[in-house]
Design a protein around this ligand. Sequence first.
Ligand code: SF4
Ligand code: SF4
Length: 159
Amino acid sequence: MRGKGLLKGMSLTLKAFFSKKGTVQYPEAKLPMSPRFRGGELELDHKKCIACGLCAMACPNHVIELTTAVNEDKKKYLTSYVYHSGLCLYCNFCTEACPTKAICWDKNYENARYFREDLDVDCLSISQQKSVTAAEESFGTGKPEMDEQEKTRQGRAAG
Ligand code: SF4
Ligand code: SF4
């Protein structure tokens, strides 16, 4: 009876030893998050954003602060977009309210910060920087063409 139990136990151990591992070598390796994962920080695509403000209005905790302006073509555009991640409930109301799918989660689960002010994310600057970097990479050399929103913004700042 004892021998049978031992064999059963050993067979389970060997099965677990050779089966696919359920753990990863974090932090060197990271698990990919599922498409429905809500977490990390809000990622803005300023080119898709129509500055309607619905995301900020849908937020129950006033996490999103944005300011807008109107260009010569009477089109609204963002002048600032700050996400106060420390206040976020991850309820997803903001992304669901966005009519152009301009915001999504970056799915990064390493959000610890040393300083409270680092929890405030300037999503507009990050998005603009990303599109500049992407354009530089795709064009190879030189400065990329500015998009219309950026031209308007810089024109206003200059004069
Ligand atoms: S997930 Fe909820 S609490 Fe967080 S910014 Fe969006 S609406 Fe606000
Ligand atoms: S709801 Fe979407 S389109 Fe409207 S301001 Fe927010 S991110 Fe931009």
